[in-house]
Design a protein around this ligand. Structure first.
Ligand code: FES
Length: 110
């Protein structure tokens, strides 16, 4: 596990996401207003870019077919009953920079 500097908060507009490539993984980082959440940038349906989706509450709506993904735990919340999800990453704000914790191989969302 290691923490990686990503960007300054000002680079991610409120209620939007941005894709970053770190350690061979593409990660979507979202600004939820004072806190930042990070998930794998690949929709579990057909690989849509979640960073380009619309943020709705604590979820993001995939831009391709409107699946909803919880940004807290990576679970699919719409359609109901889907057991798949995306990996999530711990984030922290330190020294005016957003950091993401990488865990090596992607893990399934808890
Ligand atoms: S690829 Fe995301 S909903 Fe289809």
């Amino acid at each position: 596990m290691s923490w990686v500097r990503i960007t300054i908060p000002e680079n991610i507009p409120l209620r939007e996401g941005r894709a970053v490539r770190v350690g061979g993984e593409e990660i979507a980082v979202f600004n939820l207003g004072g806190r930042f959440l990070a998930v794998e940038n690949r929709c579990p349906h057909k690989g849509g870019p979640l960073a380009d989706g619309i943020v709705s509450g604590g979820t993001v709506v995939c831009p391709l077919h409107n699946w909803k993904i919880c940004l807290e735990n990576g679970a699919v919340t719409k359609p109901a009953g889907e057991s798949c999800g995306v990996a999530t990453y711990a984030t922290r704000l330190e020294d005016g920079v957003i950091w993401i914790e990488l865990r090596g191989e992607q893990e399934a969302a808890a």
